[in-house]
Write a protein that binds this ligand. Structure first.
Ligand code: HSE
Length: 311
């Protein structure tokens, strides 16, 4: 096989209380990528979506992990990557992770699956380092494993897949840019013990609620007393969206990754549609351009496409 087409899905990192340790793979949106095997040691990045992202491989979230593959193998191969982003950069739904994870997943297929999923997460984190200055796996891991993942540890990697009952996810992306690096820099470096206790109670409650299929417990546990109070100040309308959506029957939700997207989880499509309407009405009232999605959990992560995205 000399080339491959893949879909690399969006992801929700943190899942409200699990900063840097929980992530969920979404059914849509997803990026389209084609990766070709070259017979010389180089990486070429092409972009077909018009986003002004760097195509210099060391500066590109797909390029950096592929350069890492070349540096740790002595094979005379290279990769040409063509990216058509459907996940807007800076939206908070794992745009950089989709490129990084998609690139290493596709390269691995072309190399005869020499890497494990954990290896792919390790390699893709080089892309997150380019994007935000920090290696974190809470978008990468769900993109590669699918479903919901707990990243118990990064060094060494310890990733646990968490089962979940059916959930409908409504997302709104207010079109303001929040850079992950900025959204990390504003966080306090120290946490009060009482807040830490509440937070780890919520993380444990959320994981238990997901695995038991206990919707009430999931809803009660979707609370963040550490990160959200700081970051929500960057997102106009955040408190109102959350309050109104919960009144309409959503289980709960919060900032997706580092924002500005906001997500809400519902048990059924009817509630999820009401939630979408609330989000649309509010951002219309605030005169902020926005985009909404109603989607579900993608249990498989990145998928191979037989159709050629880039004829
Ligand atoms: N856990 C990361 C953060 C995810 O919240 O900064 C960034 O998408």
């Amino acid at each position: 096989m000399k080339e491959i087409n893949i879909q690399a899905p969006a992801t929700i990192a943190n899942l409200v209380c699990g900063f840097d340790v929980l992530g969920l793979c979404l059914d849509k949106p997803y990026d389209l990528m084609k990766v070709k095997l070259l017979d010389e040691r180089k990486v070429i990045i092409r972009s077909e979506d018009g986003y002004p992202l760097p195509t210099e491989p060391t500066q590109n979230t797909a390029g950096a992990p592929l350069l890492e593959i070349l540096s740790e193998t002595n094979l005379t191969i290279g990769f040409e990557v063509t990216i058509n982003k459907q996940i807007k950069p800076g939206s908070g739904i794992g745009s950089s992770a989709a490129s990084a994870a998609g690139a290493v997943f596709a390269a691995n297929c072309l190399m005869g699956n020499i890497y494990s999923k954990n290896d792919l997460v390790r390699l893709a984190m080089f892309g997150e380092k380019v994007a935000s200055g920090v290696k974190h796996a809470d978008n990468i891991a769900p993109c590669i494993f699918g479903g919901i993942t707990l990243i118990r540890s990064i060094f060494p990697l310890d990733i646990v897949s968490i089962s979940a009952p059916p959930l409908i996810i409504t997302l709104v992306h207010p079109q303001i840019e929040v850079r992950t690096s900025d959204a990390r820099q504003i966080l306090r470096k120290e946490v009060l013990l009482k807040d830490a206790i509440r937070q780890w109670g919520n993380i444990a409650g959320l994981v238990a609620g997901l695995m038991k299929g206990d919707y009430e417990l999931i809803g009660r546990s979707l609370e963040d007393v550490i990160i959200e109070p700081v970051r929500s100040m960057l997102i106009p309308g955040f408190d109102e969206v959350k309050e109104l959506c919960k009144q309409a029957g959503a289980l709960g939700g919060g900032i997706s990754g580092s924002g500005p997207s906001i997500f809400m989880m519902s048990r059924d499509l009817q509630t999820a549609s009401q939630v979408e309407k609330i989000m649309q009405d509010l951002y219309f009232k605030l005169d902020i351009p926005h985009h909404t999605y109603i989607t579900t959990i993608n249990p498989n992560g990145i998928s191979v496409q037989n159709d050629d995205h880039f004829p």
